[in-house]
Design a protein around this ligand. Sequence first.
Ligand SMILES: Nc1ncnc2c1ncn2[C@@H]1O[C@H](COP(=O)(O)OP(=O)(O)O)[C@@H](O)[C@H]1O
Ligand SMILES: [Mg+2]
Length: 278
Amino acid sequence: MSGTPPQLPIVVLDALMPKAQRLVANRRGSMVWQVDSHRGRYAVKIGYPIQATADWPAQPWTALAPAREGAVLCRLGLDDCAYGEWDLGTWNFQPWHEGPDLYELWSPCRDADSRLEPHPSAALSCVEALAALHGRGWAHGDVQPAHFIIGPDRTHLIDLALARGGQVPEGYDFPFRGCLVHYEAPEIARSVLATGEAHPTQEADVYALGASLLISATGWRAVEYPDDAPRREQRRAVATGKRRPVKLHGELGELIDAMLSPVPEDRPTVYEVGKSLS
Ligand SMILES: Nc1ncnc2c1ncn2[C@@H]1O[C@H](COP(=O)(O)OP(=O)(O)O)[C@@H](O)[C@H]1O
Ligand SMILES: [Mg+2]
């Protein structure tokens, strides 16, 4: 993927016949395009394998992630999506959701000079998005602020590439090797450190939601470690539960504190969180 400017695979061009297209993200084995077609506006995700570097081992699974996500979306009954293969990996398309993500939405709350409080209605809409997934018997596995798109009517929880809860085609499946460490529950971090793999759970999603609300509202990570610490060291800090006190007042602060409990069974369910917020 180096040298040539990124392009949409021909299979995707054939399927959507874009009127306009814009590359929105291109990092570590995953490209996301915003595509306007006569059918509407879509997010197109293109996966390709990551070669080993000094900092990263080779990651062939990034090539499979879009097809895996596409299969999950189909399983969940989304009909306006498709997925398939291209020369270097897999692709999917899905409806484009307009709106800021949670971190962008709450950026004024993190401004020391402004006294803006995070609005519980936005938190509630994120909770409802996660509750909808949990209600279907799935765990997301990669809950983070950037994955909540706050639309005018509802919030969409995106990036289901790591979700667990139903059958996905074997050829597109791959083991779960943890998520962004800032949002990783201690039991997941311990498992990844010990075995290289873990099982996404709804309890771990609730922890990740708590960490997402906290960082978006205050700028603080749930666990303390140096910014430049290597990933393994960050994970060790999470695994041993070196929690920061939640510096957020009121109901939301108390809820986040409970969601970040080191013991999975002590965390509220996403439905309980929703009830408290509404
Ligand atoms: N359906 C969508 N609607 C709107 N934006 C999207 C959508 N899917 C992805 N994006 C944008 O692309 C970014 C990366 O997408 P994501 O699904 O997280 O893929 P990856 O983590 O593999 O890069 C998101 O943070 C968001 O800004
Ligand atoms: Mg993502």
